[in-house]
Design a binder for this molecule. Sequence first.
Ligand code: FE2
Ligand code: FE2
Length: 162
Amino acid sequence: MPYMVQKQVMTHQLQGEIIPPGEKRVMVPTISWTPEMSVDVALIDEQHKKLIEIINTLNSAIEENAATPVLDQVFDELTEYTRKHFSTEEELLVRAEYPQTVVHKEEHDGFIYQLIAFRNDFENGSEVVSTKIVEFLYGWLVKHILGSDKAYCASLHEKGIR
Ligand SMILES: [Fe+2]
Ligand SMILES: [Fe+2]
């Protein structure tokens, strides 16, 4: 009964017990960039793909029960690349005089704030928190791309930004 085995492992995790090194954790399903997520601006699509790739790497590192320095490194890469992506996007929004620029930037700032808060939780070494982090990251990013990011497409195109 594979399902029962899976369920037992999940319960084990939620109790916050430490999984011995070398044993795998239950992984959050990875995601892939899909054409539906395209904002029709080549640079931004590339950055979104890279962001998803980094979160997938973090997810794998958590599943593999990687050592803290490895997780720290991936988390640093994610924070750094997220900042880079947000500033690229914000520059384009300003250039296009996009009316929702301020609100959009506030969403970005909120996400960065969350990343920093998660990093602190992460340092405490709770695996339950780690799994929740990945779920949050996937959820936020996909929702933001499909909603707020896609909403600026037309404004950017009007200014010839593709
Ligand atoms: Fe955005
Ligand atoms: Fe974006």
